[in-house]
Design a protein around this ligand. Structure first.
Ligand code: BG6
Length: 470
């Protein structure tokens, strides 16, 4: 069992899913703050205004990392993390998105978090936009507007300069392809938006991303900026050429974003689709050069499950984010939330991405969302989460094969939600991913105490042995 010497081991979170303190120290509202608690069966409501009498908004308190970051990062360090993927909440730095000056208190908070990480030898990997566009940009139409590109570039430039020399790993947009599936999360676009609106918003994000990649390289040539793909990997439903074509169409729909970020131009299949649908992208002079000059250094992605796709695309089976393209896979088991568990698919996914782009790849999210049972053992609270250990171990074994059998340059692995946090899809706390249990229920009730699960020591050992003791 061999992982490369400088393999990055750690965990990944998003600001809105952990920080809470949603209006503290000058933070403005973000799109995430408007989303109510949902469940497996009930969709989260996106409310126009905050109505606390009617709804519970999980991000407002989250796990209160804002006041617990010292304890939480100490626990990450105890597990031996050498990387921590986190996001900066844009609305802490520019509360309305379009402010003239950055909010110093927002920068001061991330100074503390980042400096603490560095003091433990943990390299921060920062996502600039993880499902939280400032609500102040609503008046412009969020990402449908060219102005939002400028505001984002200003925000990104501010933090790139501010953290210069302290942070070298960056991602522009988390799961940029969720503009196709969860446009509100991706950029404040209505869930009912038509394809044209989504294609326009995606175009603006792709331009913004390319501009920021170029600026990041200019600010510090040690900076490495990645794309971040929501892992929609899929198998054809059968050997029927129609199913294979249907599956290809699905994959193209999802991966075109990364084609643009990695190659610097729109792929022909996407251009032809836009032509067929009569969609004109809001292209300005110089855009082609911007895309070309802003290609990413590495490809990162989230991996939770795989799909099965084919010639039929409607009414078959709802997969990730409610996508109606999937067939059920009879060979795979599902999580309690219906996500099909497919460790072997991770090796295939790593190969797919590396073959396609020939750039280093990184798994920046992977994990099992499950209900945990807190017990007291030898005087300590814990969770015996063997199911989580089993899930993670099987996935890491496949990464190892991709590295050593297939020769894929995998930079690192950040498990999703090393500490329990608010689920993005449902807003629940009870969909837990952590190595660290947070005593809090779906409504934010509880002591907020942190307890080590069984997986905590398991992961610590994995890192300590550089993957030898899986
Ligand atoms: C990814 C997101 O889609 O999946 C995370 O980048 C999210 O923000 C994760 O939390 C897991 O999904 P969920 O709905 O279980 O939180």
């Amino acid at each position: 069992m061999k992982f490369p010497k400088n393999f990055l081991w750690g965990g990944a979170t998003a600001a809105n899913q952990i920080e809470g303190a949603y209006l503290e120290d000058g933070k403005g509202l973000s799109t995430a703050d408007m989303m109510t608690l949902g469940s497996r069966k009930q969709k989260r409501v996106i409310s126009e205004t905050i109505d606390e009498d009617k709804y519970y908004y999980p991000t407002h308190n989250a796990i209160d990392f804002y006041h617990h970051y010292e304890e939480d990062i100490r626990l990450f360090a105890e597990m031996g993390f050498n990387v921590y993927r986190m996001s900066i909440a844009w609305s802490r730095i520019f509360p309305n998105g379009d402010n003239a000056e950055p909010n110093q208190k927002g920068l001061a908070f991330y100074d503390k978090v980042i400096d603490l990480c560095l003091s433990y030898g943990i390299k921060p990997l920062i996502t600039l936009s993880h499902f939280e566009t400032p609500m102040g940009l609503k008046k412009y139409g969020f990402w449908t507007s060219k102005k939002t590109i400028d505001f984002f570039v200003k925000y990104a430039t501010t933090v790139l300069e501010h953290f210069k020399g302290r942070v070298n790993y960056w991602l522009t947009f988390n799961e940029i392809n969720v503009m196709s599936t969860m446009p509100w999360n991706a950029g404040g676009i209505s869930l009912d938006a038509d394809q044209k609106t989504k294609d326009i918003a995606a175009y603006n994000q792709l331009i913004a991303s390319a501009k920021v990649v170029k600026i990041a390289h200019e600010i510090d040539d040690n900076n490495k900026i990645g794309a971040m793909y929501c892992g929609h990997f899929s198998y054809a439903n059968s050997a029927s050429p129609d199913d294979v074509q249907g599956n290809n169409n699905f994959q193209d729909k999802m991966i075109y974003y990364i084609d643009v970020q990695s190659r610097g131009y729109y792929p022909n299949y996407k251009l032809k689709e836009l032509e067929r649908l009569n969609i004109n992208l809001p292209k300005q002079t110089g855009d082609d050069e911007i895309l070309k000059a802003g290609t990413v250094d590495f490809i990162s992605f989230s991996y939770y499950m795989t799909h099965v796709c084919g010639s039929k695309t409607k009414g078959i089976f709802k997969g990730l984010n409610g996508l109606e393209t999937g067939y059920e896979n009879p060979y795979l088991e599902k999580s309690d939330w219906g996500w099909e568990i497919d460790p072997k698919g991770l090796r295939i996914a790593l190969n797919f991405l590396y073959d396609r782009y020939q750039k280093p790849v990184m798994v920046v999210e992977n994990g099992l969302g499950a209900e945990d049972n807190l017990i007291k053992k030898q005087g300590h609270y814990t969770v015996e989460d063997d199911y989580r250990i089993d899930y993670l171990r099987k996935h890491l074994l496949e990464i190892e094969k991709a590295i050593n059998i297939d020769g894929v340059p995998v930079m690192g692995y950040t498990a999703w939600g090393p500490i329990d946090l608010v689920a993005a899809s449902t807003g629940q706390m009870t969909k837990r991913y952590g190595f660290i249990y947070v005593d809090m229920d779906n409504f934010g009730r509880g002591t907020g105490n942190r307890y080590k699960k069984k997986s905590f020591n398991w992961y610590k050992n994995v890192i300590l042995s550089n993957g030898a003791n899986l």
